[in-house]
Design a protein around this ligand. Sequence first.
Ligand SMILES: [Zn+2]
Length: 581
Amino acid sequence: MTQPDDLKQLARKIALLNAVKHEGKADAGAVTGRILGERPDLKANAKDVMKSVAEAVKEVNEYTVAEQRSIIEENWPELLAEKRIKEEKILPPLPNVDKYRTVVTRFSPNPDCVLHLGSIRAIILSHDYARMYKGQFILRFEDTDPRLKKSVLEYYDLIREDIRWLECEWDQEFIQSDRISIYYEYAEKLLEIGGAYVCTCKKEDFSEKVLAATPCPCRDLSADENQARWKRMLNGTFNEGDAIVRVKTDLAHSNPAVRDWPALRIIDTKRSPHPRVRSRYRVWPLYNFACGVDDHLMGVTHIIRGKEHVTNMVRQRYMYSHLGWNYPEAIHYGRLKIAGAALSKSKIIRALTDGFAKDFSDPRLGTLIALRRRGITPEALRKIVIEVGPRPVDATLSWDNIYAYNRKIVDSRANRYFYVENPVPVSVSGVSRTYISKPLLHPSYPERGNRKLEVEPIKNEARLLISKKDFASLRKGQVVRFMELFNVTVDKIVENRVQASFHSEPYDEARKLNASLIHWLPEVGNLRVNVVMPTMEISEGVGEQGLKQEAKDQIVQLTRFGFGRIDEVTQDLVKIYYAHN
Ligand SMILES: [Zn+2]
């Protein structure tokens, strides 16, 4: 009788689990009992089971507990998940929560681009903190720059989709371009109380003055004169660039960029119409003003954002103090850099306008759309963000970190299939009968069932396919095992084909000979498969028919090739986006 590879695997897994529970010593009786309990279908092969268990126990008991654990961790990480949940990091508490009735946080994207990896920290932290304190999470579109950071209508929806994908559903949504009259109201109030003024100086003249910490002539105008200038901004007497509302600060502030910062300016929306409100408004608030007014009016209690915003806080505090408002708690975290990823909106947009990328799902862009398409899971991204937390120090992640987190999540979900890239034919002589190989869909979940690959020899010769890469590694005289099938001896390698002969069937033989394990497919009856790689190169080959049963968006593991997401299934082609190995 033979011992199928999957039974060996199962015995080894159960023996390892049993061993770590019992100070490193697995018990053959207990292991056999558990296997037969999980797989009653194996009762008919009790002898095989016992033999496999005896071998597995012998092997496993030679390791230390630490070694046993690391083997489990490596092969079946989901089995230790229980332990990991207990160790899982939780976010450190927010400051001064008791000061507020409800915690309110916000994420405020500018819809001038879709979201990329650089945004996940702000979204996930703001959302998860709101949930942690049973508070409110606000989504606010900051779309008040129709000229330089022009929003694009379809991005509002793409951003909503990105945030939903991250499982960060929001409680309230605001769009700043709907709130222009509110900003006018507070601009007028500031002008009235002397907290702001309308400056008509030339840009260079103002800069010169402010660098010298001296006021420009507009700073001391009366409230009436300011109101008159403000009207001229609104009614079109002033043109783009003629006048700007500035918020008064300490002119001697150590950072000149803080001094009397610009709050509202004129944009010729006849020339640069806004995608939502077209040319309805010509005076538009700048970032610090609109954001500062909104945070107060929306009751935001905790602002969680990158430390590049620290200066903005300093600016906004002046406005808050003019208006008698209390500034929210501000948590500024460090930069989360991804080594090797071009994470900036401008680079992403340029890639599209240059024609380098066809759309936002191009895996080279690092957009959330692209990550989603590749099968990177929101769970993996959340784990990374929680792990790093809101610390102010910079952190650098590599793609490998992201892949490692994702692998732990998708490993248990992904069914296994053989995919043969750039197939090369192999003929095997001496195959005396039809072989039906039934590899498990998932080695740790036998209940999911088996795949079925049939090898039917013609005149004792079987014809198989292997990948070009495996082909290149073959040497004459070598014994290799075709996974879950049989072992062969390589007899002859000719250009782009291999002649081999049947060696033996048991996996044990292969192990004794230290034979390489390679995956394969029958020569006929396969599906055409294209795998879109992270470089956008297309890997072409053939795959098992069973791949067709996988739904779109499913993550699969192509044995010895890597994980990927099913992108498209048509009659004769399956398209997969590669995630990682
Ligand atoms: Zn001025």
